[in-house]
Design a protein around this ligand. Structure first.
Ligand code: SPV
Ligand code: MG
Length: 432
């Protein structure tokens, strides 16, 4: 009787390493591929280049593959329990690292019906991650980058975005990865008006013009592939906002967030300590409508930011604005607070969950920074933005070094706080 073999793959970039494993797998019997969904892949690495149905078409056409089933999580045991294959084939790389817990679970599971695990050495020098890095050096098209935010929102329960204010911070957000219980990295970038202005020693009052802000986005895009959300401040006057929307789309920016303030905008974290004026619901809805009408693609998102809690106008005002902005066409809502205590944000999140045509919800926990992503996810938050931390880390470090040089009349004393010359020379690929 024909034996059955199960193998999980993501099959985003089919390469000879995967073909080697499949060739080996057919020697044991009829091969069923558990094809990882976009969510399963996004739970531990970058979104695949091709979506599930595109990857399905590729895998179904491979001569070594008899069946394809959906695998919703990195853990294949649900599928194994249903299919009870005689063999499960896997690359031997999962013996160590975060996947080893799945390996143990699989071994315990297949023991029930006497299934066997066959581990095949990974082909050296090739992997999807290596191909992804190679693709990064080629770049990403504006269209693909723009769409990637909507794809990520569909694939992951909560996205983490981090502030960028130049190419170097872009490359930090693009490339920083940690592995704890599993690998983590940022999903995308926030072009903050606060850190963009501050890094130019300018106030955050829309004094840095849109062309300069877009120039920075272009610089960041030169060295990154992740999606970017642009802090559009008030959006300016509606007649100007429609041009901004098109410029952002042309570059490949995925979303703009505009805040419902009017006149001279000041940073929200000042709250009512400075004079700030909230726009009327009617005017702001009109701005959203004009922005939506001017879009060229269907994928670009206009996210409406509500300043009612910042300006102490109350929860009811915040909620009625959320409903009105969504009705006007907003693709998402950002709610902001400058309180250390997250209770007003949580209250908003709970009420917002009950809105019928709810759209993705964005928060910026600069003040209520004790709240974890898991807690925010439970409250229904879809995007969390770390809006200024990289700049706030860099400035005190630079200032301390400047002071040390002035105090000591040389740089020896601060040397231990600095990167080595050889490290900075090699930091950026292509410097040598
Ligand atoms: C920014 O980063 O510029 C923001 C968020 O708009 S906040 O500074 O909190 O207003
Ligand atoms: Mg801002």
């Amino acid at each position: 009787m024909k034996k059955h073999v199960y193998i999980s793959i993501s099959a985003d970039l089919i390469h000879h390493g995967i073909i080697n494993i499949l060739k080996e797998a057919v020697k044991y019997g009829e091969v069923t591929v558990g094809l990882l969904t976009d969510s399963a892949i996004a739970s531990y690495k970058k979104l695949p280049v091709m979506n599930y149905s595109e990857r399905l078409q590729v895998v179904e056409s491979l001569k070594y593959v008899s069946n394809v089933v959906k695998q919703d999580s990195l853990d294949p045991t649900d599928n194994l329990l249903k299919l009870k294959p005689d063999y499960i084939i896997h690359g031997d790389d999962w013996k160590v690292g975060f996947q080893s817990s799945y390996r143990n679970k699989v071994l315990a599971c297949i023991e029930e019906w006497g299934g066997k695990l066959v581990e095949i050495p990974y082909t050296k020098g090739i992997s999807e991650s290596i191909l992804h890095s190679a693709m990064l050096s080629v770049g990403v098209t504006p269209e693909r980058r723009l769409l990637s935010l909507r794809r990520l929102l569909a694939a992951k329960p909560i996205l983490k975005f981090c502030e960028v204010h130049n190419g170097l911070t872009g490359s930090i957000v693009e490339n920083t990865k940690v592995i704890t219980d599993k690998p983590y990295e940022f999903d995308g970038m926030w072009a903050s008006s606060l850190t963009d202005s501050t890094s130019r020693a300018m106030p955050d009052i829309e004094a840095v013009d849109i062309s300069s802000r877009l120039r920075l986005v272009d610089e960041v895009f030169e060295v990154t592939t992740k999606p970017l959300i642009f802090d559009g401040d008030t959006g300016g006057i509606p007649e100007h906002f429609k041009f901004t929307v098109r410029q952002l789309e042309r570059l490949g920016v995925s979303a703009v967030i505009i805040e419902d303030k009017t006149g001279l905008k000041k940073n929200s974290l000042f709250g009512n300590d400075v004079k700030q004026t909230q726009d009327s619901i009617e005017n702001f809805c009109e701005k959203i409508r004009i922005g939506k009408e001017s879009q060229i693609t269907d994928d670009f998102m206009i996210i409406a930011r509500i300043e009612s809690l910042i300006l102490e106008k109350g929860m009811d005002d915040a909620m009625s604005r959320a409903k009105a902005y969504i009705d006007a066409g907003a693709d998402g809502i950002m709610i902001h607070s400058r309180k250390k205590d997250p209770s007003e944000i949580f209250e908003f999140c709970e009420k917002y969950q009950r809105i019928e045509n709810r759209k993705p919800l964005v928060v910026v926990p600069s003040s209520f920074n004790q709240v974890t992503e898991d807690e925010l996810q439970l409250k229904g938050v879809n995007i969390v933005i770390y809006a200024n931390q990289l700049l706030r880390a860099a400035y005190p470090a630079m200032r301390k070094v400047a002071e040390s040089i002035l105090i000591n009349h040389r740089s020896l004393e601060c040397d231990s706080s600095l990167m080595k010359i050889s490290e900075i020379l090699d930091l950026i690929p292509g410097t040598r």
